[in-house]
Design a protein around this ligand. Structure first.
Ligand SMILES: O=P(O)(O)OP(=O)(O)OP(=O)(O)OC[C@H]1O[C@@H](n2cnc3c(O)ncnc32)[C@H](O)[C@@H]1O
Ligand SMILES: [Mg+2]
Length: 212
C-alpha cells in the first residue's frame, strides 16, 4: 500500500505514558498539529496482547483512531538487554508492575545480569526500540522503527528522563539518557542526527508522512 501524508490538524498521541507523550509532543512541535493524548481524551488503554513492538503499536494506534475519529500516533517501545536474551523487551512496562516502579525494574535487570555465571561477566550491551504507528480512522496504518544501542550501566544515573533512562548509556557518550536534556536525547537539531530510538523512528515518520 502506498504511503499516505498526514495533513496538519488534530492528532491524538495514543499513549498513557507522560514521559513519552512529552517527548512526542516535542518532536511534533515544528509541524503545527493540534495534539491531544489518549490520556487527555480518557480513551481506554487497550490490552497489549501483541508479541512484537509492531503488533502492539498498531493495536494502540488503531484503537485510538477508531475511538476518537482522528488520526492517532502510537509508540510501542522497550529496553532489550543482550545478556538477558532481549528481556524485558515488549514487557518493559510490565516489569515495573502496577505501581510503575522503575527503580525496581532497573534493579531486576541488574540482579539478573549479576546472577549469570560467566567467565567474562554477562553481556551488558542493550538497546531501546521504538515503533511508531500512525493510524487513520479508516484503518490505514503506517509503521516506523527506531533503535539506539549502548551499555547497561549500574548504578542508575540521572533524573532527567523516565523509565529505564538512568541505566542506559548510548554508544559514543559518557552520560546516560537520564543525565541528558530531552534535546540531547532526541539529538534533534539541524547539525546532529537523531539519537534516541523514538527520535530515530520519528525521523522516518516525518520524512514519509509529514510536510517537511
Ligand atoms: O503503552 P503506552 O500507553 O504508550 O505507555 P507504556 O508506558 O505502557 O509504554 P509501552 O507499553 O510502550 O512500554 C514501554 C516501556 O519501556 C520503557 N521505555 C520506552 N521508551 C523509553 C525511553 O525513551 N526511556 C526510558 N524508558 C523507556 C518505559 O518504561 C515504558 O513504560
Ligand atoms: Mg503500554
Amino acid at each position: 500500500m502506498s504511503q499516505r501524508k498526514l495533513m496538519p490538524g488534530k492528532l491524538v498521541v495514543a499513549s498513557h505514558n507522560n514521559g513519552k507523550i512529552r517527548e512526542i509532543n516535542e518532536l511534533l512541535e515544528p509541524y503545527g498539529f493540534e495534539v491531544t493524548s489518549a490520556a487527555d481524551q480518557n480513551l481506554a488503554e487497550p490490552e497489549e496482547t501483541g508479541l512484537t513492538f509492531e503488533a502492539n503499536a498498531e493495536l494502540k494506534a488503531v484503537a485510538a483512531a477508531k475511538a476518537s475519529g482522528l488520526p492517532s500516533l502510537a509508540d510501542d517501545s522497550g529496553f532489550c538487554v543482550e545478556g538477558l536474551d532481549g528481556q524485558p523487551g515488549i514487557y518493559s512496562a510490565r516489569w515495573a508492575g502496577p505501581e510503575k516502579d522503575f527503580a525496581m525494574a532497573m534493579r531486576t535487570i541488574e540482579e539478573k545480569l549479576e546472577a549469570i555465571p560467566a567467565v567474562a561477566g554477562a553481556d551488558r550491551r542493550g538497546y531501546f526500540v521504538a515503533v511508531l504507528c500512525l493510524a487513520w480512522p479508516d484503518g490505514h496504518t503506517e509503521m516506523f522503527r527506531g533503535e539506539v544501542h549502548g551499555q547497561v550501566v549500574w548504578p542508575p544515573r540521572g533524573d532527567k528522563g523516565f523509565g529505564y533512562d538512568p541505566v542506559f548509556q548510548p554508544d559514543g557518550y559518557d552520560r546516560t539518557f537520564g543525565e541528558m536534556t530531552s534535546e540531547e536525547k532526541h539529538g534533534w537539531s539541524a547539525d546532529t542526527p537523531a539519537l534516541s530510538h523514538r527520535a530515530r523512528a520519528f525521523e522516518l515518520f516525518s520524512k514519509a508522512c509529514l510536510e517537511n
